[in-house]
Write a protein that binds this ligand. Sequence first.
Ligand code: NAP
Length: 305
Amino acid sequence: MDSMVTKELGHTGVFLPEIGLGTWHYHGGPGPLRKGLEAGALFIDTAESYGTEAVVGEAVRGMRDRVFIATKVSPQNFRQEDLKRSADTSLKKLGIDSIDLFQLHWPNPSIPIEETMGAMADLVDAGKVRYIGVSNFSVGQLEKAQKALGKRQIVSNQVRYSLIDRTIETGLLQYCLAHHITVIAFSPLGHEFRRIRDCDPTGVIDELARMSGKSPAQVAINWCLCKDGVVAIPKGNSTKHILDNCGASDWRLNQEQLVLLDSRIQYQRRSHFGMLVRQWLPGPLKSLAVRAVKALPRGLRSRIQ
Ligand code: NAP
């Protein structure tokens, strides 16, 4: 790795490495994360629900000042007192004095956003949080949340974005760019890399990887990074995967290669209905709905997904 390209976080003047380290289902211990930090991915994403805040704390020990740490509060803790308690617990587990980016993990329509954002602002005033972000918010939800926050800015929206899931391109991506809200792309490798391969019947990713001397995962991550205002947080469990992912920065697929990916990868853009199902159906019902939709003919499926 030569160096890591950085992108501005919102309109803050703070520049983030364009590749951060995801930690959902991470179980590699502090060592591989530390290697990623040393390779320039000085940005880690965790959440109170992941159970990885303590290992993140271990990984950054001795270099905390150089690392940008993002964590998330779960929707059931969006009441003022709960949110403040969650922040304190996260600070303790991470072993730090201030969270660089505190994100609302998912919208929660059953708790007034004014109350939640009021508590977030109080945390900034208290020096416990530097910047406020959200995750899985639609344009409408972002607008309401920003209004509730008042003069402070929502600096980021962490959302699913990859070669195979381009739902945010139907408006959210453009909105975020226009409003200086950094898009933090989660699951940039499709959550399981084989899912991306399954949508690549002609093997274009391998072809481009060979042509550019990069790995297939680097091609997939770089595709996200080619978009303005987007940073990505792939998760690797091993030093090998993490270092491979760090090598997705500091170069760019060219226009011709991007067109090839656009034309040959079978990507989806979920419909509004598909997004609602994903957000609001409880787990077991969601799996049932996903299986039922998969059984439909392709034309019909793409209209409702
Ligand atoms: P991901 O990063 O898209 O994919 C992870 C998968 O790719 C794992 O199976 C991993 O294998 C594999 N992989 C990693 N590097 C690879 C490489 N170089 N070559 C081949 N395979 C590789 O999945 P994700 O964990 O869903 O998303 C990343 C992060 O986004 C999460 O960890 C989390 O921080 C965040 N996230 C946020 C939300 C949200 O709601 N805000 C939701 C999902 C994810 P190994 O594990 O074996 O290395």
